[in-house]
Design a protein around this ligand. Sequence first.
Ligand code: ZN
Ligand code: ZN
Length: 264
Amino acid sequence: MARFLSISSGSNGNCYYIGDERTALIVDAGVGFRTVKSRLAGAGVDIASVEMIFVTHDHVDHIRGLASVAQRLSVPVYATARLHDALSRRKAVGPDIGGSRRVLRPGFETEMRGVRCLTFEVPHDATQTLGYRLDFFGTRFVFMTDLGKVPDYAYEICAGADYLIIESNYDLDMLMGGPYPPDLKSRIVSDCGHLSNESCAAAVRRLWHPGLRGIFLCHISKDNNTPALAYDATLRSLESMGLSVPADLRLVSLPRSEVFSMEF
Ligand SMILES: [Zn+2]
Ligand SMILES: [Zn+2]
């Protein structure tokens, strides 16, 4: 049985799982080994089945548990050379994943353990931030978490996606009326910050194609958003195209700290 699990999503830590009896992988390890292990176990998955880790970028909410997870599992960690260099300088990771380091090149498709992987850059204020297209034995997942803007080329890369995991970080009114200092607000709304509900909804309108089976809204801010606002913005976008949820496709606001599970 193939499963997609959201283990943690948001500034508290990001970690996603795709796997079945053939192989399993995680995207980001923003929570520690014990949390990943216990949340996977709660969903009936043995963490020992995880054979690959893909890293999106070097912000701490994506790598907090990377060293511990990579070391305990002793599995390859995939990122670009530039991102690996930045990771090895980060306190949260350090040089500890040296032996697990595997280098990806943006724009070049590779295959590992039957999973086809294409990584691509997205604009965000980390050293380098990566989106991932992962073809898991015929089912295509696209991950775009932490980005200020969906770049034009990403629309082509996303063509044919079965499932899209995309950030819907903030509601503009909540952010602007909220307690964050002005420089942090400008950082978040910039093209190198995060996607608002409206930008996510607009991107979804362009990303949609008849084969798309599900959209998972990730990295929803605790302070500047609610799962319902994020959901409604993208729902309106889909409905304006004559689509209905869930008859035509699934739409889910991923929880921050609980596991979300889907069989595919
Ligand atoms: Zn993040
Ligand atoms: Zn980030």
